[in-house]
Design a protein around this ligand. Sequence first.
Ligand code: SF4
Ligand code: SF4
Length: 452
Amino acid sequence: MTATTSGGIAGKGTFARGVHPPEGKQFAEHQSIEVLPTPEQVLIPLQQHIGAPCTPVFEKPRQEVAWGDVLGEAGGFVSAPVHSPIAGQTAMLSVATLPNGRHVKAVPVKAGEEQPSDDQIRADVLGGDWPVTGLDTHAPEAIVSAVQSAGLVGMGGAAFPTHVKLTRNEAKPVDTLLLNGCECEPYLTADHRVMVEATSAVVCGALLAARAAGADNIIIAIESNKPDAVDALKQAADGTGITVAMVETKYPMGGERQTVLAVLGREVPTGGLPLDVGVVVMNVGTAAAVARAVLRGKPLTHRVVTVSGAGIRQPKNLLVPIGVSYGELIDACGGLTADAARVVAGGPMMGFTISQMNTPVTKGTSGLTVLTEADVRQAEETNCVRCGRCVDVCPLNLVPTKMALASRHKDWDLAKQYHLPACCECGCCAYICPARLPLVQLMRMGKAQMPR
Ligand code: SF4
Ligand code: SF4
């Protein structure tokens, strides 16, 4: 398949291997973004990003805070401050359990009586006019500084501090900003709705981010299963020089390496970054947040989260404050169905099964998928039948059988020999494995335990 574009694209619009799991997008793709009413309390983890944890600003509880006040200062350059998404009062420093099982310090904030209305929240976060011309009055350093102060991190899940990505590196110049609107993970539709409903914010943020990074070329990559987002962005980007590229719907198209290859035809080296081939990749929701940070001076306090799957009564895309619990999102969607069997933070391919409904939404939470008994019913794990299907689908050309074996037996020499650290945990191998081996869990365990 060749990428369908409004300009020239060097890639083929696809990549080798990968899988085509059931998309599950039909549950929420046409649900307009709804604002979640302000909850009674939020719990703000002091580490929601890759890098150093934040330092709490308040040493004592019961401090009055306004919407947007800093709760935690960045703990270093590779870190991002956290802010209060509601007006209220802080409580005693607490601990939050994240979906991956990590325990991190967190600041509870109890809501005060005065809160903005749902309409005000929507208008503040996503609404209003976003210019696509005249942005050259913003100096690159000023854009990076605004992004840093706003606590922006990648909202596609990786949660890498955005200001670090946008800071120019003379040794590795950037020519292309690649906006990632693929959202290849089944069920999730948050990025899709942002592209359709906050289109000009995405375009404005892309122009600002490219200016900061020094990229002359801007491309927005969108999978072919979102034609309305392609049309909306082509219209909003008309005359800006931005190219909108429609790529094949295939998992994991949204992985950075796969998007760069599909759109630009460039191979990111094993263990390397898109920066090594002159590219900065940014999620579309992050781009909208860049516009808000730079033009309105607003921190990252809210995000769009999809709550979807056959196990939820009313699938929705919700605009929610960071720190609200997963349980409240489920309640806002009418609760679980009688046959709901598993709640997954994220989508079924890369997400984490969670059991604690008080888990808070973080900056990188893009969705919650509720699977039914029929969804999760599967054969028991058996021995590897050496069919080689996992090798056939691995988009990184790795050998999952060997890496899983190395992880199981803690054979770190074998793990290094087969490049275990390069595994992106996409889950293609586990999806295709007829023996139902827990390949991704083994990769995760091995990556976490192997000495560096
Ligand atoms: S080995 Fe890693 S990168 Fe390859 S398919 Fe499995 S999870 Fe994905
Ligand atoms: S797909 Fe599963 S059964 Fe087949 S070789 Fe890979 S691990 Fe073994």
